[in-house]
Design a protein around this ligand. Structure first.
Ligand SMILES: [Zn+2]
Length: 359
């Protein structure tokens, strides 16, 4: 296979040389220049297009994993799959790549099954030998394990609840395949988040979070921090008033929406509301309050003073129980967790005795 590619490259070089002669130039100048340039083009043509064409339709994560591994320990002339020599312009044997592409999804499927299985340990050996046959070694195997973990967590959390049994199985998968928090920080977080939500639904106040350093706000006595979001956008409703029409005189504002004119006024005030980001900071959730600490604003809202939660894809909106309360949105970037956390927390809070507090 690779030799045929080299032959094509050589043929193109010769053709370019001849073309240059016909145009009155030198054969060897064109030949040598293109000989240097074509390998570069060749590498792109051969190493790239397979994934671009999407040999595996469902495999966007597969490619992400592959491109990760591409940057690690790859060297020209050595097949990354079987570790033996290949053509000097290539990273792999085409046949090896085909074996890999064909079998990788199956290996990942069995890894996903292992992450959800009762006894992950007993499945491990079988999966490892299957991976070896599919040429998934070293970094390639590691990528597959991480991808499987991601999928297993997604499956397990699709019912929005991580049961203690599911949590135990996922953790044993992490141990068996020695995945550390540094390897999969996001997945570790998801497991912790799942555990927190389960604690809440079981009526327990979760204590799974430790904060390094001091909190950006003071908790009350007996109050427990359940989660601290960082880099949260505070989005508030802003009212803008502008005048449509022409004003000949000065208008004085008496109360919201009521205007008295001091002279002829040929126009009417129009109020528009818009949601605008007004600050960015920490959002702390405790068993009693929501705290926000930003660079310009800091406040807390008692959970039992919130009358309404609104779910957003990337955050949550709250409305307090005062008559003039406006919608406040916290954009945390993880709407699923934020909404589930606050809604479940609120249920616990309303079960216990009411808390007297002002926001
Ligand atoms: Zn090979």
């Amino acid at each position: 296979m690779e030799h045929r590619s080299a032959f094509i490259i050589l043929l193109v070089d010769i053709l370019l040389g001849i073309t240059n002669v016909l145009r009155g130039g030198s054969f060897w100048t064109a030949f040598c220049t293109s000989l240097i340039l074509t390998p570069v083009v060749g590498i792109f043509v051969v190493a790239w297009p397979k994934s671009k064409k999407g040999a595996l339709p469902e495999s966007t994560p597969t490619q992400a994993g592959r491109s990760n591994s591409r940057n690690r320990g790859r060297s020209l002339g050595k097949c990354e799959f079987c570790n033996t020599k290949c053509f000097f312009l290539f990273y792999f044997h085409r046949s090896c790549r085909q074996v890999y592409d064909r079998n990788r999804p199956g290996v990942i499927d069995s890894l996903v099954a292992a992450a959800k299985a009762e006894d992950c340990k007993s499945l491990k050996t079988g999966i490892e030998s299957r991976a070896k046959d599919a040429l998934l070694d070293g970094d390639h195997f590691r990528d597959a394990v991480l991808e499987a973990l991601k999928r297993a967590i997604h499956d397990v959390l699709s019912d929005n609840l991580l049961s203690s049994e599911e949590e135990r199985r996922l953790k044993s998968f992490l141990t068996e395949f020695s995945i550390t928090q540094a390897d999969a920080p996001e997945q570790y977080l998801q497991i912790v988040k799942g555990g927190i939500l389960r604690d809440l639904t079981e009526g327990k106040v979760p204590t799974r979070v430790n904060v390094d350093g001091s909190l950006p706000f003071n908790l009350q006595r007996g109050e427990k921090l359940i989660w601290l979001f960082e880099k949260v956008d505070l989005i508030e409703e802003h009212r803008h008033t502008h005048y449509e029409g022409r004003s000949a005189g000065l208008s004085i504002r008496i109360a919201k929406g009521v205007y008295y004119r001091t002279s002829a006024f040929r126009g009417h005030p129009v109020q528009t509301t818009a949601m605008e980001v007004s600050d960015r900071g920490f959002l702390g959730v405790t068993n009693k309050h929501i705290y926000f600490a930003g660079s310009a604003k800091s406040f807390r809202v008692a959970l039992n003073h919130i009358v309404r939660f609104q779910s957003f894809d990337d955050g949550v909106g709250i409305t307090k129980d005062t008559a003039s309360a406006k919608l406040i949105v916290f954009r945390t970037g993880d709407g699923w967790f934020t909404n589930n956390l606050l809604q479940n927390l609120n249920q616990i809070e309303t079960k216990s005795e009411p808390q007297s507090d002002a926001a």
